[in-house]
Design a protein around this ligand. Structure first.
Ligand SMILES: Cc1ncc(COP(=O)(O)O)c(C=O)c1O
Ligand SMILES: [Zn+2]
Length: 364
């Protein structure tokens, strides 16, 4: 298993501490899992590592690091909509899927300290798993990040640096640190091991339902759940487990929609946008670093970008809470976008929406 540069095709050992290729291209993982079979799932392992036969793992470091992440229930909201309760996680968001694998890899290759930038949830996850692995950690978050997310990062013993300006600027400040000081960039967008974790979202759905619903609602800021989802669906397709890709309804905030606009206009890279502040802080990404890759998939499969209308996010959150589901605003945006889609296109018969962040984490 090696890294392969997404730009120039150069290969590199996964033991490297370099955040990306010398040409600036991001790494992909050169890893082809064996054909997917339900019988290969380790049913005695109550975490996402039950799918480890299909995940690119460096060694067994995950055994000391896993906190039982994944294996989240699917519940029905009504007769056409199911919710995957991905906020039932050690740090209350789906980012634990990726962080558990990424930090296991860091442990495997002897990383001593990591840095990461985040809108909050990925930082929470990386801080928690780094603490568990005994790795020093610094997280950069943009100003305005929900205070509870910052408190949680600090509770895990990580340094949390609040950077004035927006989310994209925060990433630039963190990357300066990576490139000038050589800190290991435990970043959910750059590091392909994160996607080995988010792939398990789909493996779980298949194990639980014995099918993949016809429509999947997935939020897309940098697209870490989206990319893991597509990789795993391609794997199921190659394995002959599913015969066609489902429709992916990819959610962007109407206030920050570089990929929505690119998909509309047929552009091959994200459209430069000026993001306005949005309640959906988790998807407020103006410059998605894997945007070109995401748009390649948009041309290949039935992927439809949909807007989360800003003035409907709070109401969506209230509607879900009235049915017992208390999710964070970025997650309520998924539901608001789904309703927006239904108004324009009719109600899909068989739809799964991710509930990817817990309500107690966002204060607005
Ligand atoms: C709850 C929640 N949903 C969705 C996202 C979007 O993830 P990504 O930027 O990887 O697409 C985030 C990112 O922080 C998040 O915290
Ligand atoms: Zn390269």
């Amino acid at each position: 298993m090696e890294y392969i540069c997404s730009k120039c095709g150069k290969k590199e050992s996964v033991f490297t501490h370099k955040p990306c290729c010398d040409c600036g291209g991001l790494w992909n993982l050169d890893f082809r899992p064996p054909k997917f079979r339900l019988e290969e799932i380790d049913r005695n392992q109550w975490s996402l590592f039950r799918y480890r036969s299909y995940m690119g793992l460096t060694d067994d470091s995950w055994k000391g690091i896993s906190m039982g992440e994944g294996v989240t229930p699917i519940i029905s909201l009504d007769d056409k909509v199911m919710l995957k309760m991905d906020y039932f996680m050690p740090t209350l968001s789906y980012k634990d899927r990726g962080a558990a694998v990424l930090i296991s890899h860091c442990r495997a290759i002897g990383v001593k300290n990591v840095v990461q930038d985040s809108s909050g949830n990925a930082g929470n996850s990386v801080a928690a798993y780094a603490a568990r692995a005994g790795i020093k950690c610094e997280i950069f978050v943009p100003e305005g990040t929900s205070p509870k997310k910052i408190d949680m990062i600090r509770a895990h013993g990580a340094v949390c640096t609040v950077v004035p300006g927006n989310r994209d600027h925060c990433a630039d400040v963190c990357r300066d640190r990576v490139f000038s000081e050589g800190a290991y960039y435990a970043n959910h967008v750059y590091n392909p091991f994160f996607y080995e974790g988010t792939k398990t979202y789909i493996y779980e759905v298949y194990e639980q339902l014995h099918r993949i619903p016809s429509h999947l609602v997935i939020p897309v800021g940098n697209g870490t759940l989206f990319l893991g989802t597509v990789l795993a669906l391609e794997h199921l397709l190659d394995s002959g487990i599913i015969s066609r890709m489902p429709v992916i309804l990819a959610v962007q905030s109407e206030y920050c929609d570089p990929l929505f606009q690119a998909a509309e206009s047929g552009a091959r890279s994200p459209v430069p946008v000026t993001c306005k502040p949005t309640l959906a802080e988790g998807i407020a990404i103006g410059k998605p670093m894997r945007g070109t890759q995401i748009l390649e998939y948009v041309r290949k499969y039935d992927i439809r970008f949909i807007h989360a209308p800003e003035n409907e996010i709070l109401n969506a959150r209230i509607q879900l809470a009235k049915k017992g589901i208390y999710c964070e605003h970025t997650t309520a945006a998924n539901y608001a976008a789904y309703e927006n889609y239904c108004r324009q296109n009719g109600v899909p018969e068989d739809c799964l929406i991710t509930m990817c962040g817990a309500g107690l984490k966002s204060d607005h």
